[in-house]
Write a protein that binds this ligand. Structure first.
Ligand SMILES: Cc1cc2nc3c(=O)[nH]c(=O)nc-3n(C[C@H](O)[C@H](O)[C@H](O)COP(=O)(O)OP(=O)(O)OC[C@H]3O[C@@H](n4cnc5c(N)ncnc54)[C@H](O)[C@@H]3O)c2cc1C
Length: 332
């Protein structure tokens, strides 16, 4: 058997450029590469994607495999799995990483099956076991209430990684690497799905998943009107507004704003939880935040156990005061 070598990143692309998660995965790859003394490689799949290879080098790839073909324009399970199997067979990586994204969630389990290996999904930390060189994968379990450490004894070792869990390295424009073109070799007729239409969700302001600051309102906000007050704070902090489930269920805000087990998962730098209790189902969507700030009138609310900073009191008084102070401090 050929020697297992390197960390292969399956890149998510947006408009044929690296998506933020791909830069984060390359950063994670560099960290693992330092422990293993092995290269970081990336695979870019799509149509017209070759130009993104330079970006991949700048963000840490030593080698980039490009599968550039009109048939690969849209993500489709059959064609992408086949392409990654082809690259993985050629590269023989020790580790394969992808984002916990629409593509990663669909592709990785199938890839693991095809490569006769296993995958740990939704990881928030990765490291190398110094004794065995195996990949150690940490992921939240029990609705975010605990973290579990996984490893595997099958190869390639595979993980999907949650957005914002890893840090990208600063891009180095002078960094170069090896570019390897791989033919798709896919019979278009054998692909069982077709993309008929793409609908892009309209987002006002910054996208929730990308916002460095999220101001999230709960049932205690009391109605749609109250969310306007949260918007003012979010605007000053250049952040986005989100909600726990009750405001979405009550129709105060759209469902797309829901954070939690059955909503979105975010990991911003700052998560300001206003008038929400901090249920385990809610925390499953925000426990990866770097700093949680809680505003709640009940000093016994669970959210204070999760928060780094807390203010006990009525949000109607506290949030406008926070907005005024932030405006003053940030000069906005
Ligand atoms: C299968 C399943 C999946 C679920 N998925 C999700 C999910 O994805 N996301 C989610 O959020 N929930 C989810 N839930 C619901 C979850 O269990 C909780 O019911 C929900 O998170 C509670 O929302 P909340 O904290 O806003 O409301 P509550 O628990 O009612 O808390 C409201 C808080 O507001 C405070 N408050 C009230 N008035 C004020 C005021 N004037 N000033 C300051 N504080 C005030 C109260 O002290 C209280 O702590 C799920 C439940 C199930 C069973």
């Amino acid at each position: 058997m050929a020697e297992l070598k390197g960390i292969l990143i399956i890149a998510d692309l947006m408009n044929n450029a690296l998506a933020p998660i791909s830069k984060e995965l390359l950063g994670a790859g560099r960290k693992l590469a330092a422990s293993l003394n092995e290269p970081v490689e990336a695979v870019l799949i799509g149509s017209g994607v070759a130009a993104a290879a330079n970006e991949a080098f700048q963000f840490g790839a030593d080698k980039v495999y490009v599968v550039d073909d009109a048939v690969m324009k849209d993500y489709r399970t059959d064609s992408y799995v086949a392409a990654v199997v082809k690259v993985a067979t050629q590269a023989n990586p020790r580790i394969i990483l992808a984002g916990q994204t629409t593509m990663g969630r669909d592709l990785l389990p199938r890839l693991a099956f095809k490569l006769n290996s296993a995958v740990t999904m939704d990881c928030i930390d990765l490291s190398i076991d110094a004794a065995t060189k195996n990949l150690l994968m940490t992921k939240p379990v029990y609705g975010g209430n605990a973290r579990a450490l996984f490893t595997a004894d099958t190869f390639p070792q595979m993980a999907s990684v949650r957005s914002k869990a890893m840090a990208a390295i600063s891009p180095d424009n002078s960094r170069k690497g090896d570019l390897i073109t791989v033919s798709a070799g896919v019979d278009a007729g054998a692909i069982r799905t077709n993309v008929l239409q793409k609908v892009v969700a309209e987002v006002q302001g910054i996208k929730l998943e990308d916002a460095p600051v999220v101001v999230c309102g709960g049932r205690g906000i009391g109605g749609a009107e109250g969310f306007k007050t949260l918007e003012e704070l979010a605007k000053v902090l250049k952040g986005a507004v989100a909600a726990s489930r009750p405001p979405c269920d009550s129709g105060w805000v759209p469902d797309t704003m829901q954070i939690g087990l059955t909503g979105k998962i975010v990991s911003p730098d700052v998560y300001i939880a206003v008038a929400l209790s901090g249920s385990s189902q809610h925390m499953a969507g925000c426990s990866g935040s770097k700093t949680i700030v809680a505003v709640n009138r009940d000093p016994e609310a669970n959210i204070f156990k999760e928060a780094r900073f807390g203010v006990v009191g009525d949000w109607k008084k506290i949030v406008p005061a926070m907005t005024t102070k932030m405006k003053e401090l940030l000069n906005r």
